[in-house]
Design a protein around this ligand. Structure first.
Ligand code: NAD
Length: 481
């Protein structure tokens, strides 16, 4: 049984109260490790380490910081297979996905911010006629908190940590208690890369104990959080009276809008991916599919046929397209939404049931599921399922498609399939989301702003936006004669 420990001040340590949680392998339902359930005392320890390291780290040259971040990226790349295996075991995702996407992206996050910090600049303004010049100092905030979810564990964990430390902050980071393994392994990598002690501290535990202690800590001045909308709202309520800087990347219920004039084959292939990649457990998955009426029946037939071909299986099998969901409770939530949809008049076109994988009978497997709905106001179209379940319905006009797409509390991303330039521009301007993909999905350029509107979050990360978040802007005004 593997014991994961907290990484504080460059050392692996037990939780002070010696309180542990079980860690499950989703592919077979077995407990295979334990993690600390850290409390306020552990956060205090991590805070003291981070605070002690801050003065030196924030004065470390950009060249040195950049070199260390690059080294971390290099080590992640060197350990690709080992990390991908660990991620797949901990999360249930196909190893092919962890190898192709999750781990390379974790390395890319460090490499990107290793470069970005050397190019980050701030503004100066000459006050003409007043004989004064202003410049903006962008200083690291101090000790910051990074809290991440279970769906893309190392990918999202490093997406926050890399810009935070590149900008000169010291970090207390908490991965999801459901997928702690690769975060634990990152500690070893940081030590090997020569990251000074205390710059990154990784604490494990439940959101309601460990996460809450980070958010409540009076001297942790900024929180970057990715997770559910309800958790985000709670964090905002706790943090606001202390005037903490907050970046909240929350849930989504993203529209995938398909027009008859699109490149049909490319759309179909990508729509299978945007619906079911990572078992549908990506905040950017297009879980509401809207199809122009003239191609609705054809699309329905082709899409169902393709989805039925997807292989649900053990994450380590090369042939597996759909691995295990992350936990038993999550599987039950997903299953309950299929029932809710049926009760509301939805028609299951394929899937809808738990799958038993021979040899792994206690694993958390679920069929990729397509539900035909008639009304966008039904719960399955309004609430985030975050699993391998998509809905589809038809529309007749551009106005109707836009209205359906925007008629939801969330506003993370949207995908649009069309070859009409005017329509592309009109939808791009009017879709109420932080990201619009046209004729593609999940194509990411790390320089771009990333985040959602409405109930999908506040603030933007990615590129210089993340470096702006992790720094405090100070205006210096110098009067001269
Ligand atoms: P979650 O909100 O349950 O947990 C996310 C993290 O917050 C975990 O580390 C958890 O331990 C911690 N947490 C929980 N309660 C807390 C509290 N009171 N104080 C501080 N921390 C607390 O989310 P999840 O189930 O792990 O992840 C799924 C959700 O994340 C989905 O809603 C998904 O859409 C969202 N998500 C959003 C993005 C994005 O970029 N917008 C990306 C991935 C996932």
């Amino acid at each position: 049984m593997q014991k994961i420990k907290n990484y504080i001040n460059g050392e692996f340590v037990n939780p002070i109260n010696n309180n542990w949680l079980d860690n499950y392998n989703p592919s077979n339902g077995e407990i295979y490790g334990q993690i600390p359930n850290s409390t306020v005392e552990d956060i205090d320890l991590a805070y003291n380490a981070a605070q002690s390291a801050f003065s030196q780290w924030s004065n470390t040259t950009l060249g040195t910081r950049s070199k260390i971040l690059s080294k971390i990226a290099e080590l992640i790349k060197e350990k690709l297979d080992f990390l991908a295996e660990a991620e797949s075991k901990d999360n249930g995702k196909p190893i092919s996905l962890a190898t192709a996407i999750d781990i390379p992206r974790a390395a890319a996050n460090f490499q990107f911010f290793a470069n970005a910090i050397t190019q980050f600049a701030s503004e100066s303004h000459e006050s003409v006629g007043l004989d004064a010049v202003n410049f903006t100092l962008r200083q690291p905030i101090g000790v910051v908190g990074c809290i991440s979810p279970w769906n893309l564990p190392l990918y999202l964990f490093t997406w926050k940590i890399a810009p935070a430390i590149a900008a000169g902050n010291c970090v207390i980071a908490k991965p999801s208690e459901v997928t702690p393994m690769t975060a634990y392994l990152l500690g070893e990598i940081c030590t090997e890369a020569g990251l000074p002690k205390g710059v990154l501290n990784i604490v494990h535990g439940l959101g309601t104990t460990t996460g809450q202690a980070i958010v409540e800590h009076p001297n942790i001045k900024a929180i970057s959080f990715t997770g559910g909308t309800q958790t985000g709202a709670h964090i905002a309520r706790v943090a606001a009276p202390m005037f903490k800087k907050l970046s909240l990347e929350l849930g989504g219920k993203n529209p995938n809008i398909i027009f008859a004039d699109c490149d049909y084959d490319k759309m179909l292939e990508t729509t299978v991916r945007s619906s079911f990649a990572n078992q549908g457990q990506i905040c950017l998955c297009g879980s509401r599919i809207f199809v122009e009426a003239s191609i609705y029946e054809k699309f329905k037939k082709d899409f169902v046929q393709k989805v039925k071909q997807l292989q649900v299986g053990h994450p380590s099998e090369k042939s597996t397209n759909i691995g295990a969901l992350v936990s038993r409770s999550h599987l039950e939530k997903v299953e309950s939404y299929v029932k809710i949809a049926e009760d509301e008049g939805g028609k299951v076109l394929c899937g809808g049931l738990e799958v038993t994988v021979p040899g792994y009978e206690n694993g958390y497997y679920f069929q990729p599921t397509i539900i035909e709905v008639q009304d966008n106001s039904c719960r399955i179209n309004q609430e985030e399922v975050f699993g391998p379940v998509v809905t589809m319905m038809s529309f007749k006009t551009d106005e109707e498609a836009l209205q359906l797409a925007n008629d939801v509390t969330y506003g993370l991303s949207a995908t649009l399939w069309t070859n009409n330039l005017n329509r592309t521009m009109q939808f791009s301007k009017q879709l109420q989301t932080g990201i619009v993909w046209v004729n593609t999905w999940m194509l990411r350029d790390l320089r771009t702003p990333f985040g959602g509107s409405k109930a999908s979050g506040v603030g933007r990360e990615g590129g210089f936006e993340a470096l702006r978040f992790f720094t405090e802007a100070k205006n210096i005004c110098i009067k001269y004669e």
